[in-house]
Design a protein around this ligand. Structure first.
Ligand SMILES: Nc1ncnc2c1ncn2[C@@H]1O[C@H](COP(=O)(O)OP(=O)(O)OP(=O)(O)O)[C@@H](O)[C@H]1O
Ligand SMILES: Cc1ncc(COP(=O)(O)O)c(N)n1
Length: 264
């Protein structure tokens, strides 16, 4: 006799051939939480731990075909978006939003290697089309800067940025501080129901941080799919990323920023 059905989540994101970020990180994170993962691929990247060598975006019509195929058949309980590559795909996902429950939007604009993953100067599509439908949006400091058109450099800026991004309509905003150096804690600013709180975990000194943002958003979606409240999903995702960083801190996979561990 098999057990009951697992919860089902969907990632709408790009493939990272190097396996550290994107679809590959998301599916590992879903499986680590006992969640069945479905995947709508928006772009292929030729990428490794050092950088992104090439991008081939999937035509929006075929992104739509993948969305229809999954949503017509499987009981998706939460959705995470990662690299959407173009404003046309952002607009397409926004049109599907009524069919996308518990929508976690990670507005992937630039890889940590510095390579662009989204059409330049088209970021407003995120703010105007997709943010209003999101349960939570999870920009890092650089993405918050680009979206707001001003520097978001430190913890105070992150708190203000979270409140300003909330004005675009998401139910919750997390401005992630993973790129804030010089602190003993990795601190993220969370805006929820008009209040800003801080999500904190000990800072792990490691170069193996490729895919931390993807993993955080995917873990949040996995926990929402399993029935957690939003605050519990965010704190569970924060602990999951912290524990993964600890377990892979000394790995030497690749010569750049290596991947995170997975599993609970
Ligand atoms: N070295 C670290 N030690 C502890 N926590 C970290 C570290 N780096 C990132 N984090 C945490 O991981 C989560 C993802 O944050 P980060 O700012 O790295 O996102 P990101 O830049 O979108 O990630 P990515 O590198 O995948 O693009 C946040 O909760 C952040 O605080
Ligand atoms: C396909 C894809 N999606 C997302 C990221 C962001 O992750 P990172 O900032 O760790 O490079 C990436 N590099 N590649």
């Amino acid at each position: 006799m098999s057990g009951p059905n697992p919860p089902v989540a969907m990632t709408i994101a790009g493939s990272d051939s190097g396996g550290g970020a994107g679809i590959q990180a998301d599916l590992k994170t879903f499986a680590s939480h006992g969640v069945f993962g479905t995947s709508v691929i928006t772009a292929l990247t030729a990428q490794n731990t050092v950088g992104v060598r090439g991008i081939s975006a999937v035509a929006p019509d075929f992104v739509a075909a993948q969305l229809d195929a999954v949503l017509d058949d499987l009981p998706v309980a939460a959705v995470k978006t990662g690299m959407l590559a173009t404003p046309e795909t952002v607009a397409l996902v926004a049109r599907y939003a009524p069919r996308l429950p518990a929508l976690v939007v990670d507005p992937v604009l630039v890889a940590s290697s510095g390579d662009r993953l989204f059409t330049a100067d088209a970021e407003r599509a995120y703010l105007e089309l997709l943010f209003p439908h999101a349960a939570v949006v999870t920009p890092n400091l650089r993405e918050a800067s680009v979206l707001l058109g001003r520097d978001v450099l430190d913890a105070d800026d992150a708190v203000k940025a979270a409140a300003d991004l909330a004005a675009y309509g998401p139910r919750c905003v997390v401005v992630k501080g993973g790129h804030l150096r010089g602190s003993a804690e990795a601190v993220d600013a969370v805006w929820h129901d008009g209040q800003v709180t801080l999500l904190s975990a000990p800072w792990i000194d490691t170069a193996n941080n490729h895919g931390t943002g993807c993993t955080f958003a995917a873990a949040t979606a996995a926990l929402l799919a399993g029935g957690s409240s939003l605050p519990d999903a965010l704190s569970g995702a924060k602990s999951y990323v912290h524990s993964a960083l600890v377990r892979s801190a000394d790995w030497t996979l690749g010569s750049g920023h290596g991947p995170l561990a997975w599993g609970l």
